[in-house]
Design a protein around this ligand. Structure first.
Ligand code: SF4
Length: 473
């Protein structure tokens, strides 16, 4: 499962803002690994550089030195809407002259197709297949005179998930959608301001965390200072997967550091799904903290039974077929000396399609594990996400097609236990009603667009489970 993107913005008059943005994007690399880009303004015009690849592959001293000015925004992309190609890399620059904006977006717009049609009918043209360009053109289409009112106009037309950083020739904006599905926070640096998807980006560049940008909030930053504007919003829907998996464990969201929240998920799993075992391990890295929590609460010793190659996927060199056939072995290496003859509890963050988990279980068994007991931090995922998380159709979701005992048999585990929704909320220790949990409950915070939800929500005609999804059938 993948998240959609990481965004960043900075105004820092005495700093090399492109370099700051580079290091902030480096800290947000986990949110998107397809393309990276930075836009700056020198007060007269926008400059942008974006390429396919990881942050460290995209930029060098030469490209950074050409991005001058006191303001910058940056973006890491994982494509959920719009294909993976250079024209879709962000930040996008849309509009001309004083009306030009650079935009970086994290999320998915549910009514993008409708807005695209409406804007096309008005004569707006599109260079990309992203909903980000729809947002930009919607802002530009507003009859309002100033940028804040233009953004407000767009916010009341957009449905879905969006955390944005926006740059004009002389101002920076941070915008969090009315539902607040994706996080966005504000910090200060050396007399300036920063905006980031996650607080870990602030830590890495020596900025001070100030606060979350609230759902429905626009933060406007110019040379004259910072202003905040808030739009009324009656439902908050922060994606709970930020706590389970997406965000880094050293980030703080809603005042809650993620690392102890993940440990508490493991503790909850130990309370809800006890089992006699010799060892506990979290699947690295996303379930490491939860593994520690399970061990602490159950008293079963913790062990590192799987080592992860942290650089897998950090290359554009395509593996040949023989290497590709190794599958999950390319990512994880088990330690037979630790596992041989042992009953092992394995804590993982989630099971989506059920394609990876059987391979992990098989890897552990071949390394000598006598029993494998899977414990999963996310409750069963039975409904697709329409807010920027790449888990596709309902037919691909194993928990939508099989009972829990059937999933256990499919993945080849001796037992399987999912954390309950109540257990998850208790671990996060925040009010339940601020979250989106639609992929567990089917209770979407807004109606999903007709047509978009049709295929995803209808039962598969044959009633069969297909791990390959609708498109490959
Ligand atoms: S449906 Fe699930 S993955 Fe999507 S935003 Fe809601 S909680 Fe997050």
């Amino acid at each position: 499962m993948h998240e959609s993107c990481g965004v960043f913005g900075v105004y820092a008059p005495n700093e090399d803002v492109a370099r700051l943005t580079f290091f902030a994007l480096f800290a947000l690399q986990h949110r998107g690994q397809e393309s990276a880009g930075i836009a700056t303004t020198d007060g007269k015009r926008l400059q942008v550089y974006a390429q396919m690849g990881l942050v460290s592959q995209v930029f060098d001293e030469d490209s950074l030195s050409r991005l001058t000015g006191d303001f910058a925004i940056g973006h890491n992309r994982y494509s959920t809407r719009g294909s993976s190609r250079i024209t879709n890399a962000q930040p996008l620059v849309v509009g001309k002259g004083p009306n030009a904006i650079a935009i970086a977006h994290n999320g998915n717009i549910v009514n993008a197709e409708h807005l695209y049609q409406e804007l096309s009918d008005q004569g707006y043209t599109f260079q990309t297949s992203t909903d980000t360009e729809v947002i930009a053109n919607l802002i530009l289409s507003s009859p309002a005179k100033d940028w804040v009112d233009k953004i407000r106009y767009a916010m009341h037309r957009l449905q879905g998930a969006y955390s944005l950083t926006l740059l004009t020739n002389n101002s920076l904006y941070g915008v969090r959608g009315l539902l607040g599905v994706r996080p966005l926070c504000l910090g200060s640096i050396n007399g300036g301001w920063v905006i980031a998807s996650e607080s870990c980006a602030l830590d890495h560049i020596g900025a001070q965390f100030i606060r979350e940008i609230e759902p429905g909030e626009i933060v406007s930053i110019t040379k004259n200072g910072l202003d905040s504007y808030r739009e009324e919003t009656d439902r908050k829907a922060l994606c709970i997967f930020e706590y389970i998996y997406f965000a880094r464990p050293d980030s703080v969201i809603n005042g809650r550091l993620l690392y102890p929240a993940r440990q508490a998920m493991g503790e909850g799993l130990a309370e809800e799904h006890q089992v006699a075992a010799d060892l506990v391990m979290g699947v690295p890295d996303s379930a490491t903290a939860a593994g520690i929590g399970y061990s602490r609460r159950s008293g079963i010793p913790l062990c590192e039974g799987l080592l992860k190659n942290r650089y897998v996927g950090r290359t554009f060199i395509e593996p040949d077929q023989r290497i590709r056939d190794l599958g999950v072995k390319l990512k994880f290496n088990p330690l037979p000396q630790m596992l041989d003859g042992k009953r092992v509890v394995v804590v993982d963050d989630s099971i989506v399609r059920g394609t990876t988990t059987p391979k992990v279980v098989g890897l552990l068994r071949r390394a000598g594990a006598k029993e494998v007991h899977m414990r999963i931090c996310a409750p069963p995922i039975r409904y697709p996400c329409f807010f920027g998380v790449d888990m596709a159709t309902r037919w691909e979701l194993i928990a939508a097609q099989k009972t829990i005992p059937e999933v256990r048999d499919f993945i080849g585990a001796d037992s399987l236990g999912y954390l309950s929704i109540e257990g998850l909320v208790k671990a996060v220790a925040l009010p339940k009603d601020i979250f989106c949990m639609a992929c567990f409950t089917g209770d979407y915070p807004i109606p999903v667009q007709i047509g978009m939800d049709k295929l995803a929500l209808e039962p598969m005609p044959s009633g069969e489970y297909s791990p390959f999804g609708i498109n490959q059938r």
